[in-house]
Design a protein around this ligand. Structure first.
Ligand SMILES: *Cc1c(COP(=O)(O)O)cnc(C)c1O
Length: 301
């Protein structure tokens, strides 16, 4: 599936002599949007091939991956179990739009404390899960593994060779790894982490050989799912001007970063930039509930 690139027309781009296109992977599907479709594709094929009836995976309360896995499992005839961070959600998940959506598509939840969740990659914890739920196809947090990276290698097409810069936002780095593997040698791939931490680079190196990439760590806005008024106003203004909706956790931060770098003159005249819109729009509703509680402005729907 190859997704069209949309040209962005903003005064700052003309002024600086650069072009910006956005690959609208968010339009793949309302629930399995963008990179989650890419990451699940070969994993579901593999789970079926190996004869598993259940897929077990991990995520937080706003996880696009949890929502996508539930939906994709349901349509492929595979049961899904979500190991969700936060014991308190066992009482409150009905108030969370992402978890509601996952439940509607048949996901069974297993809520665990934050300290237990941190053990999600240990053999001991995985064995406990197998004891409780039987043999399952286990997909790590964010859905990142070799097969997920393989799926993300299909985002770029041969026409995208015209771009100098390819950018995407980074959670676990699986999507970025796929882009790095499929980018041309004259292209530079820029990843914008949506969270703090130095572990990402090593995680990404597990999946890639090419060296034409970089992490831009200045635009996480304080960490995963942290937002401020400046970011919300940016996302609302960007939507008004371009009609492209952005999510507050990933794509909003990346586009804020790219436009800020353009303003600061980081890219030379003539640079052609392709930003990957990885989706995540299902998370807006949940974020608005959080913003309302904090008396912050809301994201326009
Ligand atoms: C999950 C997600 C990401 C992060 O993808 P990784 O492969 O984990 O880095 C980026 N954007 C959106 C919208 C996502 O849902």
């Amino acid at each position: 599936m190859s997704i069209p690139n949309q040209n962005v027309d903003l005064p700052i781009l003309k002024e600086k002599g650069v072009t910006l296109h956005i690959k609208r992977e968010d339009t793949i599907h309302p629930f399995i949007s963008g990179n989650k479709y890419r990451k699940l594709k070969y994993n579901l094929i593999e789970a079926k091939k190996l004869g598993y009836g259940t897929l077990l995976t991990f995520g937080g309360a706003f996880s696009n991956h949890i929502a996508a896995a539930a939906y994709a499992g349901n349509t492929s005839g595979i049961k899904t179990i979500g190991v969700v961070r936060g014991e308190e959600l066992a009482e409150q998940w009905q108030e969370n739009p992402t978890l509601q959506l996952a439940k509607e598509h048949g996901m069974h939840f297993h809520f665990v404390s934050r300290s237990t969740y941190r053990k999600k990659n240990t053999i001991g914890f995985l064995n406990d899960l197998k004891e409780s739920f039987g043999e399952c196809y286990i997909l790590p947090e964010g859905g990142t593994n070799e097969l997920a990276v393989k799926g993300c290698e299909e985002i770029l097409t041969s026409e995208d060779a015209q771009f100098d810069i390819v950018s995407c936002c980074v959670g676990t780095g699986g999507t970025l790894a796929g882009l790095i593997n499929s980018a041309q040698s004259h292209q530079t791939v820029l990843g914008f982490p949506a969270l703090k931490g130095d572990f990402l680079k090593e995680d990404i190196l597990k999946f890639v050989q090419n060296e034409n990439w970089n992490l831009i760590s200045d635009y996480h806005f304080g960490g995963y799912a942290k937002v401020d008024e400046r970011l919300i106003e940016f996302i609302n203004a960007f939507k008004k001007e371009t009609e492209i909706p952005l999510d507050p956790i990933y794509t909003g931060k990346m586009l804020f970063g790219i436009l800020d770098m353009i303003k600061k003159g980081v890219f030379e005249q003539g640079t052609r930039i392709l930003a990957i819109h990885t989706g995540g729009l299902q998370g807006i509703e949940g974020m608005n509930l959080v913003l309302k509680k904090k008396n912050l402005p809301l994201l326009d729907l």
